[in-house]
Structure formats: structure tokens, C-alpha cells
Design a protein around this ligand. Structure first.
Ligand code: CP3
Length: 342
């Protein structure tokens, strides 16, 4: 049996549009918080096949989403390159900074897929344990977004340290980006070999690049990854989520060859959909705060998405990751609103 999302990708008309949520496994779920406690650190959870499988399945059991995204993090790639990565409780990711070519020469990075073997085993387990109609989505971060963490050593509002490096020493940034392209290709191909059908590339910090720099630092590297993955796995589908770059969506379509594009919550979905060819799907873009608020905000938001989804080329999702304070009852209500139409 083919999974729901793959049927949409192949152009089938579905009674109800498929839905999943970015960051659907996470701290808004009490069962996630339990498993997270058992695992110890966040990275321990990512590298524990049993527990990572469990937290990936939790939102599927509860809400019956059409797709399940592997539980891991975009920063396991620099970790598997040998960079120090850790998560500060209540704050977020921290990395030992690599700011100059001299830093890189002193501490060379080399991607070792073996370090991610537990993550690949999680993908294998998930494909066996998921319902047959649920699509399994693998993922990685886009090179620019991951590089911006490697350089800043953390998340900042606009990842200015990496943007400054792009101006001061583009050759150094290019070297980091090129290494990430190669690593991401190997990593995504391993996820597809293990049973993922779709991969999503998260460019969460497209918003931190001026438009003139998007082609070199975002679109071109993502395109290299997407083309390599699809050459090796012609049935695989690629979703690109470039947050904050909606004005450049047509350039992403032309330059990456991806099959679907995530639309962030700051973008008018109907306008974005109309600007893209029918050959690509769109995904998104409910404001995560509308899901926190519930009530009319949620109903109106769902209706705006449904108006576009009824044309048959859209995957329902949020316009960025689900927030920790999201009431579970509102996610249940979202599913009810979406599925009652069918
Ligand atoms: O979507 C899913 O359910 C799959 C798992 C997933 C996580 N992170 C789990 C996670 C995915 C796809 C990611 C991607 C990711 N990680 C991105 C791109 C998407 C985006 O949100 O823009 C980024 C930028 C990261 C880096 C990262 N990881 C940050 C900035 C943080 C801290 C933010 C926070 O909410 O604390 C993380 C930690 C993280 N990744 C958590 C989860 C569930 C929370 C960790 C915890 O349990 O304490």
C-alpha cells in the first residue's frame, strides 16, 4: 500500500488533504516529557534507537497524522563531523564555535556516518512499526542554517556571525558549506535506504540572508543535495522549507528541483500557491500561535489552508514548529476540523 503523502505527490486526488506538524514530537506532549527524562540529555534521546522510535510514534498514536518525521536534530550532522555539540537545558543548542579558516585547520571536521548509525536504525525501526499508510519523513538541515550554528555556536535572532563571515571570508564559508553538502547527501541517502520515502531540508535561517546572497548560500547548496538524493532514489520526494524567503520561492523551485515547498506563517498561502507551478506541492502554513490560541483563530486559519488544499496540491502543516505551550485539545480540534470534510 502506498502512503497518503506519496499518493498526493503522485498526483492522486485525496478525499482529505494530508496533515502533519513540524516538531510534532516534543515537549507539548506529556509522554514526550516522560521519555525525555528517561533518556537523560536531548542528544542521548536522539541517539537512543528505542526511545527515539518511541517519541516519533507518540504523536502518530495520539493524533493519527498522515506523516511521521524521524526524531532527531539538524545538529547531529556537525556532531558527526566531530564538532562539539550540546544542548543547554532550557536554552537550546551550543556548539564549539568554528569562526575562521584557522579554526577549521586546527580542528578539521570529517563526517563519519557511523556516528549516526543509531539514527539510521531508528528509521529502519519506524518503517516497520508505523501504520502502512503513514509516510516516513527523514530530514537534515540546509547547509547555510547548519553552518550558521557551527559559526555562531548557538542560535541568535538573525545568525549575524555567519552573515558577517559570508562577507569577510566567503572562501571559508564555501568550504564549510561544501562539506555540509557532501555530508547531507550521504546522510539523507542512508535515511532513504533505511525506509524514509520523503526528506525535508530545513532552511530555518533563510531569513538571515539578504536576497542577493540566497542563490549562493542557500539555493545552490540545497539544489546539489536534492539532485544527488533524487538521482540515487528516483522515487524519493524532497521538501524544502526556507523560512523567511517567500519572495524567492520561484527561485527555490527553479534552483533546487525539489518536489514541495514549506510556506512559513508570515506568507500569504494563497498568493504563494498561485506563484508556483502545479508540478510542485506546497506545505504549511498555520501560525503556531493560532494553534496555541484555538477557537476562532484556529478555525479561520484552518479554513484558509483548506481553501488552498481543496485544489489538491497542498499538505497541511504549521508555518513553523509547534510551540511547547500548545494545548493538546487544540491539536485534536485541528484534526477534527480537517478530517470532518472528507
Ligand atoms: O519535527 C519533529 O518532531 C522531528 C524532530 C526535530 C527536532 N528538531 C526535535 C527537537 C526536527 C525536525 C528538528 C529540526 C531543527 N532543530 C531545526 C529546524 C526546524 C526549526 O525549528 O526551525 C532547528 C533550527 C534545530 C535546532 C534546535 N534543536 C533548536 C534551536 C532547539 C532548541 C529549541 C527548543 O525548542 O528548545 C533544538 C532542540 C529540539 N529539537 C527539541 C526538539 C523536540 C527540544 C529539546 C528538548 O526536548 O529539550
Amino acid at each position: 500500500m502506498t502512503t497518503t503523502l506519496m499518493r498526493l505527490f503522485r498526483g492522486e486526488r485525496l478525499k482529505t488533504p494530508p496533515i502533519w506538524l513540524m516538531r510534532q514530537a516534543g515537549r507539548y506532549l506529556p509522554e514526550y516529557r516522560e521519555t525525555r527524562k528517561e533518556a537523560g540529555s536531548f542528544l542521548d534521546l536522539c541517539y537512543n534507537t528505542d526511545l527515539a522510535t518511541e517519541v516519533t510514534l507518540q504523536p502518530i498514536r495520539r493524533f493519527g497524522f498522515d506523516a511521521s518525521i524521524l526524531f532527531s536534530d539538524i545538529l547531529v550532522v556537525p556532531h558527526a563531523m566531530g564538532q562539539k555539540v550540546w544542548f543547554e537545558e532550557g536554552e537550546g543548542p551550543r556548539l564549539e564555535q568554528i569562526e575562521t579558516a584557522a579554526d577549521l585547520a586546527a580542528r578539521p571536521l570529517r563526517f563519519d556516518l557511523d556516528r549516526l548509525a543509531p539514527v539510521i536504525r531508528t528509521v529502519e525501526r519506524l518503517r516497520r512499526e508505523l501504520p502502512s499508510e503513514t509516510t516516513l519523513i527523514g530530514f537534515c538541515g540546509a547547509p547555510w542554517t547548519v553552518a550558521s550554528y557551527m559559526i555562531a555556536g548557538k542560535g541568535t535572532p538573525d545568525q549575524a556571525p555567519a552573515r558577517l563571515v559570508a562577507y569577510r571570508d566567503p572562501a571559508f564559508l564555501q568550504a564549510v558549506i561544501d562539506d555540509l553538502v557532501e555530508a547531507s547527501i550521504v546522510y539523507l541517502k542512508a535515511q532513504l535506504a533505511a525506509g524514509a520515502e520523503v526528506v525535508q531540508i530545513f532552511e530555518s535561517f533563510a531569513s538571515a540572508l539578504p536576497p542577493h546572497a540566497l542563490e549562493r548560500w542557500s539555493i545552490e547548496p540545497i539544489g546539489r543535495i536534492a539532485r544527488a538524493v533524487k538521482a540515487a532514489y528516483p522515487e524519493a520526494r524532497v521538501i524544502v522549507f526556507a523560512r523567511g524567503a517567500s519572495a524567492s520561492l520561484p527561485a527555490y523551485v527553479a534552483g533546487t528541483g525539489a518536489d514541495a515547498f514549506g510556506i512559513d506563517w508570515g506568507t500569504d498561502l494563497a498568493v504563494a500557491r498561485a506563484s508556483l507551478p502545479a508540478s510542485v506541492l506546497t506545505q504549511g502554513n498555520l501560525d503556531p500561535l493560532a494553534l496555541v490560541a484555538g477557537g476562532k483563530a484556529l478555525e479561520d486559519g484552518v479554513e484558509r489552508m483548506m481553501a488552498v488544499a481543496r485544489e489538491g496540491r497542498h499538505i497541511l502543516n504549521l508555518g513553523h514548529g509547534i510551540l511547547q505551550q500548545t494545548p493538546i485539545a487544540h491539536v485534536e480540534r485541528l484534526m477534527q476540523l480537517v478530517r470532518r470534510e472528507g
